[in-house]
Design a protein around this ligand. Sequence first.
Ligand SMILES: Nc1nc2c(ncn2[C@@H]2O[C@H](COP(=O)(O)OP(=O)(O)O)[C@@H](O)[C@H]2O)c(=O)[nH]1
Ligand SMILES: Nc1ncnc2c1ncn2[C@@H]1O[C@H](COP(=O)(O)OP(=O)(O)O)[C@@H](O)[C@H]1O
Length: 185
Amino acid sequence: MEAGKLIIFTGPSGVGKGTLLRKLLTQHPELVLSTSVTTRPPRPGEINGIDYYFVNVEKFQQMVADDELLEWAEFAGNYYGTPRLQVEDLISQGKWVILEIELEGARQIRRTFPQALQFFILPPSLRELEQRIRHRGTESEEAIAKRLRRAQEEINAANEFDIQIVNDDLEKAFANLEAALFVPC
Ligand SMILES: Nc1nc2c(ncn2[C@@H]2O[C@H](COP(=O)(O)OP(=O)(O)O)[C@@H](O)[C@H]2O)c(=O)[nH]1
Ligand SMILES: Nc1ncnc2c1ncn2[C@@H]1O[C@H](COP(=O)(O)OP(=O)(O)O)[C@@H](O)[C@H]1O
């Protein structure tokens, strides 16, 4: 059986990670997106067990204490983490597993899974990033402000990643993503 692969997707909130990943998974259904655990409340339309496993802080802390998370971090006032078993099982089955996670989590994975392929998605500009977050319409002013404050710090770390993709034109960004993912390096 072919070896599985771990693929990390990082980039500031609103850059279009979810949009690119939805397109990638539609066109390449053999890829698997890991479902994270979070203490953030669900947005309208989000489904427990599909978009995230929504848990309270006590449950999250218990998972950390029991070493059930491959990595975890606090982001904009909430906790997020990757369930370990799900990812390890899928990789041992030879699957390509994608983690869509923020910078601190990506750094943890780099230490524990140095062979993971790491993508950083960049916005064309901070102004465009802000417009995308606002236009998405899912966040309060406070949540938008927290995400934008963090965005510059995340962007400054883009060079730590194997591959940087600017999500300006969606089709172009998607083509670059596919090329980097599927062309043997
Ligand atoms: N470290 C870590 N970050 C995660 C995880 N799941 C999601 N995130 C990141 O948490 C941040 C906030 O996610 P979310 O609340 O869904 O907001 P959005 O990125 O604005 O759609 C994003 O940067 C996600 O990539 C996880 O399991 N671990
Ligand atoms: N290339 C693009 N050009 C313009 N708008 C985009 C592009 N990619 C994504 N968007 C829009 O930006 C907003 C944020 O995208 P989303 O995928 O939710 O970002 P993230 O998952 O990184 O937080 C959404 O409204 C999405 O439709």
